[in-house]
Design a protein around this ligand. Structure first.
Ligand code: KIV
Length: 270
């Protein structure tokens, strides 16, 4: 069955689940776990590529990883993030970059860190059949302007976010991420919009929740205060890699049962 953004809807019983993913094995595990959407976020910059912000991430890096995530999954909706300055400079270039995620990398939709300048782009992409997830509140591509502080905390700032949310819904966005905003603002926007809202650091009033996978599995060295680790992958990896290093250096691996003699019959058959 094709995955479509139309199926991405919360009901009164269940919240939507979204997680970031940057590689095939993680994506396959998340797909089997029943996650509704995987976001190939530009958070790959901090989470996997060793950058200290998302700004250096390229279209190539996102396309490459989106390919891995879509090849490894069957059910989950795959959303590719558009990296810093890959959209919003020239419309034609923005459309080509977004289209590439669908055409070449196999994404079902793109996410765009939104503001007033992305309303018309959202409309154009929706018209062309490229579904757009908008993203408001803390938008990390604006780190040099906003830092990582909560957004929408004054009445005026909250109204600006609510108005931008309405404008992106009118422009055809199929969903909206609200990052690090006060809970009452997220709840108000969720009540006003008919498209689903996905919160991160936005309280419990949204239609769904998203977190960075490294934070969820306990792989991150540091994580934002609103994230939670539901596992200890860092601890498990430290133990496994440390044990491997010890066993090899003390000559205990490979043991006799891990080695094999040449198979003379097979060599002859070749
Ligand atoms: O890049 C990302 O991972 C994101 C989510 C945290 C929403 O934008």
């Amino acid at each position: 069955m094709p995955r479509t953004v139309r199926d991405f809807r919360a009901d009164s019983e269940t919240s939507l689940t979204m997680l970031t993913a940057y590689d095939a094995p993680t994506a396959a595990i998340a797909d089997r776990a029943g996650i509704d959407a995987l976001l190939v976020g530009d958070s790959v910059g901090n989470a996997s590529l060793g950058y200290d912000s998302t700004l250096p991430v390229t279209v190539e890096e996102i396309a490459n990883r989106t390919g891995a995530v879509s090849r490894a999954t069957e059910e989950v909706l795959v959303i590719a993030d558009l990296p810093f300055l890959s959209f919003g400079v020239e419309e034609a270039e923005s459309v080509r970059n977004a289209g590439r995620m669908i055409k070449e990398a196999g994404a079902n939709a793109v996410k765009i860190e939104s503001s007033s300048h992305t309303v018309s782009l959202t409309e154009r992409l929706a018209e062309l059949g490229v579904p757009v997830m908008a993203h408001l509140g803390l938008t990390p591509q604006r780190v040099n302007e906003l830092g990582y502080a909560q957004q929408g905390s004054s009445e005026e700032a909250a109204e600006r976010i609510a108005e931008l949310a309405r404008a992106h819904e009118r422009a055809g966005a199929f969903a909206l991420v609200l990052e690090h905003v006060p809970e009452d603002l997220a709840r108000k926007v969720t009540d006003e919009l008919s498209i689903p809202t996905i919160g991160i650091g936005a309280g419990s009033g949204t239609d769904g929740q998203v977190l960075v996978v490294n934070d969820v599995v306990g792989l991150s060295e540091r994580q934002p205060p609103f994230a939670e680790a539901f596992g200890d992958v860092r601890g498990e990896m430290e133990e496994a890699i440390g044990t491997f290093a010890d066993r090899v250096s003390e000559g205990a691996f490979p043991a006799e049962e891990d080695s094999s003699e040449a198979d003379v019959d097979e060599d002859a058959a070749l």
